[in-house]
Design a protein around this ligand. Structure first.
Ligand code: AMP
Ligand code: GLY
Length: 416
């Protein structure tokens, strides 16, 4: 089958790497791809959000299957458009991708179907939002309703901080239209765990749990980023908690979406907090997390294409989904300054001296035969080992030879 993957980050490099192993894949393309993906797939010069362009290209080149990995094209309805053009695709349609694209939608779905999450209210008027914050007190969490590159969430320690966040979203339009509606919710406390699950509209198969490290600096300090590293599985996710999550969160979510006439096909991301009151949903995403994907797919033993086709066809219950009984760690090497402004075009050296790990490329490009930086998160050095401790040690050891000017990374991935 001729397969096109949409996106160009570390997540897409991991997806392409796993798809490449499938005997059914006869050709692999990626739009737009990156400097590392270019080694295993043909990069197509199309933006991930160019729905019309992607559909036209996929039709013209007779693609058999398209994997839509990032949130924006899913929210824009790329899967719907591909399917209307007769091209099967992996990922939720627009009416199910709204689970990630609107926090107000996801919160009201959870409340309607009694899925545990933080208490909340939604506001479209600044004054009402401000008085709710004063009434509730701090700590309190302020979220822009729409997509904001994972940056539209402020966990405010004081009432003043929360007020500033709401003003920035609603008055200064810091996140554009995404912030004209805000969700204000109770602050939960506890370890965070991610569980990604394959979903075919009706059936759900969870992947091994994982844990992202969203803050830029060691000790979970500094600004929120897309993710500075991840481990899988999460030591906090015990079999007893997994059972509760399955019964109280995962299955009810899939059933709720089906009941609402929005069947979910694709990867459903459960961002969970393990509170003293039991596991609760922090957020849903309608796609693989990045960098969680890099760890989890490194553990996959079954054929990813078969699984993705089953998610599309509704036959996941008849498909083998098996993971290695091992652990993985993905260490992100980022550009100095990220998630703020940073320079691009720095030459990356040492990639040929990496041992015992896969280096998934994110913000890289090929320039005159050399690999240079082209984004904030540059590389994800990912190691698999029998235990988590060994996987963490292996990814740090593997990253040692890699250097580029102003390289930045956390030294405590998997340890906090
Ligand atoms: P989100 O984009 O919704 O995942 O939020 C980003 C981060 O903010 C999460 O990973 C949590 O660490 C934190 N967060 C979001 N909602 C809450 C909440 N209700 N209570 C505490 N922390 C939260
Ligand atoms: N790593 C978090 C996300 O992909 O949303």
């Amino acid at each position: 089958m001729k397969v096109l993957v949409i996106g160009g980050g570390g997540r897409e490099h991991a997806i392409c790497t796993a798809l490449k192993k499938s005997p059914k894949v006869t050709g692999l393309w990626c739009a737009p791809g990156n400097g590392g993906i270019a080694d295993i797939a043909t990069c197509v010069d199309l933006k991930a959000t160019d729905v019309e362009g992607v559909v036209a290209w996929a039709k013209e080149q007779a693609m058999d299957f398209v994997v839509v990995a990032p949130d924006d094209p899913l929210a824009l309805g790329m899967v719907d458009a591909l399917e209307e053009a007769g091209i099967p695709a992996f990922g939720p349609r627009k009416n199910a991708a709204i689970l990630e694209a609107s926090k107000d939608f996801s919160k009201s779905l959870m409340s309607k179907y009694h899925i545990p999450t933080a208490k909340y209210q939604t506001f479209t008027e600044l004054e009402k939002a401000l008085s709710y914050i004063r009434e509730q007190g701090a700590p309190i969490v302020v979220k822009a309703d729409g997509l904001a590159l994972g940056k539209g969430v402020v966990v405010a320690a004081t009432v003043e901080e929360a007020e500033t966040a709401v003003r920035e979203m609603m008055e200064d339009h810091k996140f554009g239209a995404s912030g004209s509606k805000v969700v204000i919710e109770e602050c939960m406390v506890g370890p965070e765990v991610t569980v990604l699950a394959f979903v075919d509209g009706e059936h759900l198969v969870p992947m091994p749990s994982s844990q992202d490290h969203k803050r830029a600096y060691d000790g979970n300090k500094g600004p929120n980023t897309g993710g500075m590293g991840a481990i899988s599985p999460s030591p906090n996710y015990t079999p007893a908690i997994a059972k509760r999550c399955m019964e109280e969160i995962f299955l009810p979510t899939v059933a709720a979406l089906k009941a609402e006439g929005r069947p979910f096909h694709g990867t459903l991301y459960f961002g969970l907090m393990l509170t003293s009151d039991g596991p609760k949903v922090v957020e849903y995403n309608a796609r693989f997390g990045d960098p969680e994907c890099q760890t989890v797919l490194s553990l996959l033993e079954s054929d990813l294409l078969e699984i993705m086709l089953a998610c599309h066809n509704g036959t996941l219950d008849k498909t083998e989904v098996r993971f290695k009984n091992a652990a993985a760690c993905c260490l992100v090497l980022a550009s100095g300054g990220y998630p703020g402004s940073y320079e691009k075009g720095k030459v990356i050296s040492g990639l040929d001296r990496v041992e015992n790990a896969i280096v998934y490329h994110a913000g890289t490009a090929k320039q005159d035969g050399r690999i240079v930086t082209s984004g904030g998160r540059v590389l994800g050095v990912t190691a698999v080992a029998p235990s988590l401790e060994e996987a963490i040690a292996a990814s740090y050891a593997a990253a040692k030879p890699i250097t580029f000017d102003k390289m930045q990374f956390r030294t405590d991935i998997g340890r906090v």
